[in-house]
Design a protein around this ligand. Structure first.
Ligand code: CA
Length: 234
């Protein structure tokens, strides 16, 4: 498990690093927001520990930019904030952070939070430790990778949501899904918003996997109901 520590205060960064390495995590340190982004672009991390107040680019901006990138595996982001207004900023804005920790904190507390975040992802992976294969697709849930099998196989560049959508479909080929069922599956029961959001993501997924997205052969519309996925067996 790899963790990126983004913290400009050297002593705090060291403290966090020592605590995590004692628990056998692999770590890297970035001293400001720009350095964080450049390290993130070259490597992939399971968790990013991100201080809010940083030189060059602040934590919120770094968080936003990281979330804008489509990765097969999005990192968990744990924000570090000082007491006071900063906390309101982190909670009040939808930053894309998964959790936050208020300074000062103990190394033990930090490790516990990191573990809690990773349990979320492990739980997800244990439930779905499978590879689905059809005539045209390989979907590897552990690696979070989807491949389109053509003359030469190519890795599909999908966002997390598109990947989850494809994985949901391929897990039950031929099943007709209503929009509500897809929302429950992909966003969870506490989704709040317009269920037409599903159509938007279907459209994007089709553009990436269908030879002709106006005339889809895999993700089919079931008029008046929803969608279904069809492909021949391997
Ligand atoms: Ca700072």
């Amino acid at each position: 498990m790899k963790i990126l520590i983004v913290e400009d205060e050297h002593e705090i960064a060291q403290l966090i690093q020592q605590a995590l390495e004692r628990e056998n995590f692999i770590t890297a340190i970035a001293k400001d927001g720009l350095q964080a982004l450049s390290i993130f672009e070259q490597d992939s991390f399971d968790v990013i520990i991100l201080d809010l107040m940083l030189p060059k680019l602040d934590g919120l901006e770094v968080c936003t930019r990281i979330r804008q990138q489509s990765r097969l595996k999005d990192p968990y982001i744990l924000m570090l904030t000082a007491k006071g207004e900063e906390i309101d900023r982190v909670i009040g804005l939808s930053t894309g952070a998964d959790d936050y920790l208020v300074k000062p904190f103990s190394p033990r507390e930090l490790v516990a939070r990191v573990r809690a975040l990773l349990r979320r992802s492990l739980r997800h992976e244990v439930q779905n430790s499978q590879i689905y294969q059809t005539k045209h697709f390989i979907v590897d849930l552990d690696q979070h990778q989807a491949t389109f099998k053509d003359n030469d196989s190519k890795l599909l560049d999908l966002t997390t949501l598109e990947f989850n959508l494809l994985a949901t479909f391929i897990g039950q080929p031929g099943r007709v899904w209503t929009r509500t069922q897809l929302i429950d599956k992909l966003w969870g029961k506490d989704f709040f918003g317009d269920e037409r959001v599903v159509d938007t993501h279907i459209r994007r997924l089709r553009k990436k996997i269908e030879p002709d997205s106006n005339n889809p052969m895999f993700v089919k519309t079931v008029v008046g109901v929803g969608y279904k996925f069809e492909d021949q067996k391997e």
